[in-house]
Design a protein around this ligand. Structure first.
Ligand SMILES: NC(=O)c1ccc[n+]([C@@H]2O[C@H](COP(=O)([O-])OP(=O)(O)OC[C@H]3O[C@@H](n4cnc5c(N)ncnc54)[C@H](OP(=O)(O)O)[C@@H]3O)[C@@H](O)[C@H]2O)c1
Length: 260
């Protein structure tokens, strides 16, 4: 078990919401936290409030920039102890109104970006015989949600990849945790994409009434400490995950015709 002071944590999507809260929570444990996102100002504000946070601006879909960032991090710190792949993008449109380009964009941000970062860091984790990869999925990574087809698909894809990876790397000492939040009170619905690629720009009631990101961050830290395979965190909407599993026919009927 590593002493908390020696830990290096890298959080993507750390400029707001869950990622910012996770970065702050890890900084409070004494860890050095690399905080990545595209917007520089919120990362600098986070670092001003938490001296062990190091801003590392990065567009996770820019493969060349990710390659450079990973090489720099490995050279400077030797390795990453906890990698929190949290950057994400939502959707607010039925499939019939969603351009294929938007489906592809959601897959790039929500699926290919975390997979690419994982693949870049995996050899160093395997060489050190340690490392914990945390991936922020969603409850809709567990069931297909109307009005969120591309988003649900991108999150389902994460489960296929990371469940398989967990089994592959377990004997090498690496751990993989998938986090499935329900509604969380963040900017997420503001940046979610309409079918034409424009931003939704509205705080939806689900997000507004959701859990505080700090509460989700604590659940994530606990899940890492306990080496959990999966962390489900949210309110009553978590019942949907169990309904899909145990009463799938009824659940299917309840979803019919929904979606914006
Ligand atoms: N809020 C919810 O109800 C909810 C529910 C389930 C799951 N989730 C998941 O939780 C995660 C975090 O979302 P959130 O709720 O905290 O929303 P948020 O406040 O909108 O945070 C999203 C983060 O992702 C970053 N990001 C987006 N595209 C990026 C890119 N190309 N490169 C780097 N960073 C990028 C954003 O930073 P920049 O814009 O500065 O790049 C921001 O820091 C997402 O994966 C989301 O799917 C959220």
């Amino acid at each position: 078990m590593l002493a908390p002071m020696s830990r290096l944590v890298w959080v993507t999507g750390a400029s707001s919401g869950i990622g910012a809260a996770v970065a702050a929570a890890y900084a409070d444990t004494g860890a050095t936290v690399l905080a990545s996102a595209r917007r520089d100002a919120p990362l600098r504000a986070l670092a001003a409030a938490h001296p062990s946070v190091v801003p590392l601006p990065l567009d996770v879909t820019d493969q060349a920039a990710v390659d450079v960032a990973v090489a720099d991090v490995l050279k400077r710190y030797g390795g990453v102890d906890v990698l929190v792949l949290n950057a994400g993008l939502g959707q607010r449109a039925k499939a019939v109104y969603t351009d294929l380009a938007v489906d592809r964009q959601l897959m790039e941000v929500n699926y290919f970006a975390p997979v690419a970062m994982t693949k870049k860091l995996l050899p160093s984790m395997l060489a050190r015989g340690r490392g914990h990869v945390v991936v922020v999925s969603s409850v809709v990574g567990k069931f297909g949600s109307p009005g969120r087809t591309a988003y649900s698909a991108s999150k389902h894809a994460l489960h296929g990849f990371y469940d398989g990876l967990r089994a592959e790397v377990y004997p090498d000492g690496l751990r993989v945790t998938l986090v499935c939040p329900g509604y969380v009170r963040t900017e997420f619905s503001l940046t979610a994409l309409h079918g034409d690629g424009s931003a939704h720009g509205v705080m939806d009631p689900g997000q507004e009434k959701g859990l505080a990101p700090e509460e989700v961050a604590q659940a994530i830290l606990r899940g890492v400490r306990e080496e959990r395979n999966e962390v489900l965190v949210g309110g009553v909407e978590l019942a949907a995950v169990h309904a899909k599993r145990f009463v799938p026919g009824l659940f299917e009927r309840l979803l019919r015709g929904r979606g914006t």
